[in-house]
Design a protein around this ligand. Structure first.
Ligand code: ADP
Length: 287
């Protein structure tokens, strides 16, 4: 009888502990939900006033009335570019919190592989000039002209990689090369034999390089090679973690090769899909 009582007591305790755990899990999920909602609302509230600031300062930068002196135009330019930095930070935080909450939707549509390099060229040629660096784009033969992917996310990844390449390079060149790659080299799961092709976008620079022991860490949010670098180069340490998450959502991955003092190459591999429905399978693989 005593033993029965003991067993009963035990199972009561176990049941009690299980209930507490359940409650705790529920609370955790609830607060994570609150966090995502808070970040989403906050980003929206911040973006609205920021947009007026950007539009109006842009108007001043263009000095349409011709009333600003050189100093004033320069102040307007600084307001505008700081505003733009703030906007991209807000967008990055929002994107990352959406990915974390599993709420980032990808939109698969035809992407014109011939046009994409021109977009990058238009975006980065002014930066290359300003930084006195060469900017090369190489499109290898044999590329399809259309693939199915999420163009906006793809562009975001490439822009992140390219802006890092320009930021961390003092002299020499930044190269974007696009080629067909071997699935074995890419090492990503492909949905079926009909899509057994991979596109590789490599961004190479002749910059400062990345120490071996930081090559995994820098893909984590807010991680930078060191505090000194952060002060010297600016940035938030979000670009690579967002890029990695996006690459994942597109069914691909990012590889890194680097030599300290010589330069780095970040390669984005994505499956070369010829019809939109294969993406569903890629997404299943990614999960
Ligand atoms: P951010 O550039 O805003 O710091 P990222 O997540 O894009 O954030 O990069 C994280 C860190 O990785 C950078 O701060 C830098 O230390 C390192 N890094 C990224 N790209 C390069 C590169 N091309 N060359 C050298 N270091 C790099």
């Amino acid at each position: 009888e005593e033993q029965n009582l003991f067993a009963e007591q035990k199972s009561f305790e176990v049941e009690q502990a299980r209930k507490e755990l359940e409650l705790y899990a529920e609370q955790l999920q609830q607060s994570s939900q609150y966090k995502s909602e808070f970040l989403a609302n906050m980003s929206h509230e911040l973006r609205t006033p920021l947009n007026s600031l950007l539009i109006l300062s842009q108007f001043l930068v263009e000095n349409a009335n011709g009333t600003l002196n050189t100093d004033e135009q320069e102040y307007a330019r600084i307001i505008n570019s700081s505003g733009n930095d703030l906007l991209s930070l807000i967008n990055d935080i929002l994107d990352l919190s959406k990915v974390e909450a599993g709420k980032l939707e990808i939109e698969i549509a035809a992407v014109n592989l011939t046009e994409l390099p021109h977009v990058m060229e238009r975006n980065f040629t002014p930066i290359a000039k300003q930084r006195n660096l060469q900017f090369r784009i190489i499109q290898h033969p044999g590329l399809p002209s259309l693939i199915f992917s999420d163009e906006q996310r793809l562009q975001q990844i490439l822009k992140n990689l390219l802006s890092n390449a320009f930021k961390f390079t003092e002299s020499g060149a930044v190269t974007l090369s696009i080629r067909k790659a071997d699935p074995l080299e890419a090492n990503i799961a492909l949905p079926d034999a009909s899509t057994a092709n991979v596109i590789a976008f490599s961004v190479s620079d002749t910059g400062i390089g990345i120490p071996v022991n930081k090559r995994i860490l820098i893909f984590e949010a807010f991680q930078q090679v060191d505090g000194k670098t952060e002060r010297k180069y600016g940035g938030t340490g979000l670009g690579l973690s967002i890029s990695r998450e996006f690459a994942n959502l597109l069914g691909g991955r990012i590889a890194l090769e680097s030599e300290e003092g010589k330069g780095s190459t970040f390669t984005l591999y994505i499956p070369c899909l010829h019809n939109p429905s294969s993406m569903e399978m890629v997404t299943m693989y990614a999960e």
